[in-house]
Design a binder for this molecule. Structure first.
Ligand code: SF4
Ligand code: SF4
Length: 276
């Protein structure tokens, strides 16, 4: 089963939940798709032994063949190309690697060259993987795609997704069997949860909610879930002890064995929902 853990916004406890689940299960594959800020390794402490560069094709212009027609700049929806004084200039940092400029060039002046945008790192068995996007790179999808190419069949797979509801999240949750949406009981949390729920529904994926940092104020989230037929899988309390442990890199499942059975029950509940 492929299980995506996501949240409408950062800082809700998405990594706490996904890394805790990984520790609570006997055997699983944990994939940190939050490639702009992967921090699952801080908690799971894997021995990273494999490293692969992730490359994307970017256009290069041969000035000798360029006639300055401007077709490439007009074809580029991302304004990554400009033609100034009959010369095509590329701003590689904002190129989205779509290849439209090459197709539009009448003189064959554009060819593609590989550019490294980040890495995928894994432990020896491939049971822990994460990606890292190089600073300044705008497009994380190729790294998430590379991570997902390494999904192992036959065991639970936990995908710690990027925050938000952008195209990188769409890439991460695509093909998953279930989405766990982690939220916090605040008006901001509810606002972003609604966006995440809309995304998951649009992609026709089943999902449930974990309410993190609950402080007897979770009613608004509970009501929203009830109105929308979404199961609440778990409520975790707002706790100074949990926060202090977290700041030392210690997850609730490592500090208190009761959390192991709670998270195992969450996984069983998800399994039952997926089977239904
Ligand atoms: S590959 Fe696509 S995004 Fe990049 S410069 Fe060409 S048209 Fe623009
Ligand atoms: S489309 Fe080709 S020939 Fe025209 S400006 Fe761009 S690179 Fe030059």
């Amino acid at each position: 089963m492929r299980l995506a853990v996501l949240s409408g916004k950062g800082g809700t406890g998405k990594t706490t939940v996904s890394a805790s689940l990984a520790l609570a299960l006997d055997s699983c594959q944990y994939i940190d798709c939050d490639v702009e800020e992967p921090n699952g390794a801080i908690f799971l402490k894997p021995e990273l032994q494999e490293r692969y560069e992730v490359k994307v094709p970017v256009p290069e212009v041969d000035p000798a063949k360029c006639n300055g027609c401007g077709n490439c700049a007009r074809a580029c929806q991302f304004h990554a190309l400009a033609v100034i004084k009959d010369k095509a200039l590329l701003f590689a940092e904002i190129c989205h690697h779509c290849g439209a400029c090459q197709l539009s060039c009448p003189t064959g002046a554009i060819h593609e060259a590989d550019r490294v945008i980040g890495v995928v790192e894994a432990d020896a068995r491939g049971s822990f993987l994460h990606g890292r996007l190089n600073i300044g790179e705008p497009v994380s999808i190729p790294i998430i795609r590379e991570l997902k190419r390494r999904v192992q069949n036959g065991l639970p797979v936990i995908l710690d997704c990027p925050p938000g509801a952008s195209c990188s999240v769409v890439q991460a949750i695509g093909g998953c069997d279930y989405c766990i949406l982690v939220t916090e009981p605040t008006p901001f949390g509810l606002h972003d949860l609604k966006i995440a729920v809309a995304l998951v529904k649009k992609m026709k994926l089943p999902g449930g909610v974990i309410i993190n940092k609950a402080m007897n104020n979770q009613q608004m989230i509970q009501e929203f879930c009830q109105e929308n037929g979404i199961e609440v899988l778990l409520e975790t309390p707002f706790s100074r002890e949990i926060a202090e442990n977290y700041s030392r890199g210690i997850l609730p499942v490592q500090a208190d064995p009761a959390w192991i059975s709670r998270l195992q029950e969450v996984y069983s509940q998800v399994e039952r929902s997926v089977k239904k």
